[in-house]
Design a binder for this molecule. Structure first.
Ligand SMILES: Nc1ncnc2c1ncn2[C@@H]1O[C@H](COP(=O)(O)OP(=O)(O)O)[C@@H](O)[C@H]1O
Ligand SMILES: [Mg+2]
Length: 471
């Protein structure tokens, strides 16, 4: 859309200068020599910005600004003042002008102020636009996306919700696998049943078995009363087997039987119970490789890999980042409490330039930390963890990634630890060294090794304790 600027000044020379300047930058311009002419033009055209001289005949610039605020609340005003009237400029800002420039002015100064105001306006428009989009096309069952592949997944979910096919969701950690699983359940005919999630990686084999199958009193020491397993619980609903790659061959066989026979027997019991659940499994590894390595039974793999759904990593759909940011701020109680409604363009492009190894979950963590640092209504670049330094954002990488060599694993864990302790002690070497039970020299050496500077942990007069930044 064209950007039209209104110039209001009783000095025709200044009007001319500004007109030439703006026209050379492809802006559309109209000029008025007094307030009533300005008001007439305002009624006639759609302006994005008014540049108003403080001293104009009719009413003064401040009166005009007030009037604009009242009738055209979306229109920004830049006030032009003489050297002597800083007071007037302050008053203008109070009345709602976005900025002021003192005469005599430099061209660059004017253009910079103009661009700044218009950029803010564009961002607000973008956010409003996204809000609208969110409420219709770009969201499905709490999942937001404007990405093609994700939209195909939306459609798949709709179809899957209507049947009972077993689904295997793959995708890196934090891409939204559980969210998709829940969508399939809650959009479908099983929504009145339970959605029972179990993280297979969270239990050793024997515990996983009793979690899944339940047990009868006396089945083993400690089984003091009967307990219903998750499989039974999910009857009529959905059983979500998360991190399915971590179950042992032995458990795979037991689960396979349940999937084939659709009945379970509690541990220590002697009675089979019919079960009728929909199974959704999720993993962040390539299961075919496990099969090839002999770590996953082929028959089990085929049994769970009936309908595969592959969620792309966030770095392959960065166009979703503005939407996700919007959605996150909308849902964040903390953002609401602090009156934080948006993210600056610069901060947004910073966020869009990052590779997000921890995907949407990591984006959420970064925003949460940024909210704590932000003092005004807008999250700026400097509010992002590490103030735009990629390597600091990298430190948010999941420490517990077992796919890396031990040395790298320990390096990440150490960095994570130091980050935590330094932040907690606001960059104090002495306190941090004490906490870690190492001497200050060792701490210094390690910080250097990890590229950590104490300045980054000092805080900038925030009211929130830094400990809250660490989850
Ligand atoms: N497309 C999305 N829209 C909104 N929130 C999302 C989206 N994808 C992920 N999230 C959020 O990110 C976090 C991680 O998602 P989750 O489903 O737990 O990922 P995974 O199971 O793949 O590790 C959750 O808080 C989830 O609500
Ligand atoms: Mg998960």
């Amino acid at each position: 859309m064209d950007t039209r600027i209104l110039i209001v000044d009783d000095d025709p020379l200044i009007c001319r200068q500004l007109e030439d300047l703006y026209t050379s930058q492809q802006y559309l311009v109209s000029s008025a020599g007094n307030a009533s002419e300005a008001l007439r033009l305002l009624g006639e055209y759609d302006f994005s910005l008014a540049v108003v001289d403080l001293r104009i005949p009719g009413t003064d610039g401040i009166g005009l600004t007030r009037e604009i605020r009242e009738h055209w609340p979306d229109l920004d005003v830049i006030m032009i003042t003489g050297y002597a009237s800083i007071k007037g400029a302050v008053e203008a800002i109070k009345q709602g002008a976005s900025d002021y420039i003192t005469k005599p002015f430099q061209k660059e100064e004017i253009l910079l102020a103009t661009e700044k105001v218009l950029e803010k306006r564009r961002l607000l428009d973008e956010i409003n636009y996204l809000r609208n989009q969110l409420s219709n096309r770009y969201s499905f069952a709490n999942i937001v996306s404007r990405n093609r592949v994700m939209h195909d997944i939306f459609e798949t979910i709709e179809v899957l919700a209507q049947n009972d096919a077993t689904v295997l969701i793959t995708g890196e950690s934090g891409t939204g696998k559980e969210l998709v699983a829940r969508a399939i359940h809650y959009q479908g005919k099983r929504k009145s049943g339970r959605f029972v999630a179990i993280n297979c990686a969270a239990f050793p084999d024997t515990l996983l078995e009793s979690e899944l199958f339940g047990y009868e009193r006396g089945a083993f020491t400690g089984a003091v009363h009967d307990r219903v397993g998750k499989i039974e619980l999910s009857t009529g609903g959905t059983l979500f087997l998360d991190e399915i790659e971590s179950i042992t061959l032995n458990m795979q066989l037991k689960l396979l039987r349940v999937l084939e026979e659709r009945e379970v027997e509690r541990l220590g019991g002697n009675r089979k119970v019919k079960v009728n659940m929909r199974v959704i499994a999720a993993t962040n590894v390539e299961l075919t490789e496990l099969v090839a390595d002999g770590r996953m039974r082929e028959d089990f793999f085929y049994r769970i890999n009936v309908v595969p759904v592959k969620i792309p990593p966030l770095r392959d759909r960065i166009e979703d980042i503005p939407l996700l940011v919007c959605e996150f701020l909308r849902n964040s109680e903390m953002a609401r409490e602090r009156g934080i409604t948006r993210v600056s363009n610069k901060a947004l492009s910073e966020l869009m330039g990052f590779s997000w190894p921890g995907n949407v979950r990591e984006l959420g963590n970064v925003l949460e930390r940024a909210i704590l640092r932000t003092t005004g209504p807008v999250i700026r670049e400097v509010d992002l963890p590490g103030a735009g330094k990629r390597k600091d954002l990298e430190s948010l990488r999941r420490t517990y990634d077992y796919e890396v060599p031990l040395k790298e694993y320990l390096r990440r864990a150490e960095k994570d630890y130091l980050n935590h302790v330094l932040r907690k002690n606001r960059g104090s070497i002495n306190l941090s060294a004490k906490h870690a039970l190492v001497d200050a020299a060792t701490l210094h050496r390690k910080m250097k090794l990890h590229g950590l500077a104490r300045e980054d942990f000092r805080g900038r007069g925030r009211s929130e304790p830094d400990q809250a930044l660490v989850g």
